[in-house]
Design a protein around this ligand. Sequence first.
Ligand SMILES: [Zn+2]
Length: 262
Amino acid sequence: MVDGPAPRYVVTGWPVGQTGVVAGVTAVEHGARRGSDSDYGVATGGGPAVARRRYERLASAVGMVSSVAVKQVHGTRIVRVGVSEPGFRVAGEADGLSTAVPGVLLSVTAADCIPVLIADREGRCVAVAHAGWRGAAAGILERTVQAIEAHFGVAPSDLEICLGPGICGECYEVGSEVLQAFNSGQTAPACLDLRAELHARAVHAGLPEASVAILDWCTRCGPVYLHSHRVSGERAGRMAAFIGLRPNPGTFSGKDGHGELR
Ligand SMILES: [Zn+2]
């Protein structure tokens, strides 16, 4: 066990009816910024030792053995985690993680970008990806879906996807470089709905429309406090979006003192 208060996270209630998967997004105390207890940024959160402690505490709180993050670079590389090693580690430069090993908590961080959680409906594998505009335009979501099929033999039609809290389509004003990356045809500046874009890409990648869930809180204008780079700039912390296969399905209720955000 790791000392300290249990970390709070948002129980998304997703994937519906899937008891073998734990997934969520860490909650943020009101006013918390970079370096606070709710900052899961490996680079922003207070240094490697502090990040390790936070991630090990989170993994322990949700009944997992091991915790893996990545050094995010707005690319499309996805790391497959093949073993469960106790403790926390950063698996190099990448923007996605996948695994079929129970007990491994995969996570990415975000503070306006969209966290993408993916689970096999049969509980055979899970994945998580970080999708800002660069990664989304470059195909991080599609690459993650393809990697799951290649590595685990699970077809896109068997997947459930959740697009987590991020900046909404009304708050995300972007310039011509971004609009061109999405072939939007709009004149800059214009607003981009990154979640709608990712939703369309998920369906195009072969996921059924009904298998795409959206947790549509906005990090900038939402009713709950979330880390936002657009709001706090360099002082912004990072939320962790996490997913894993439970080592002992059925022994963890998901409500053991880690409640809803509101
Ligand atoms: Zn908004």
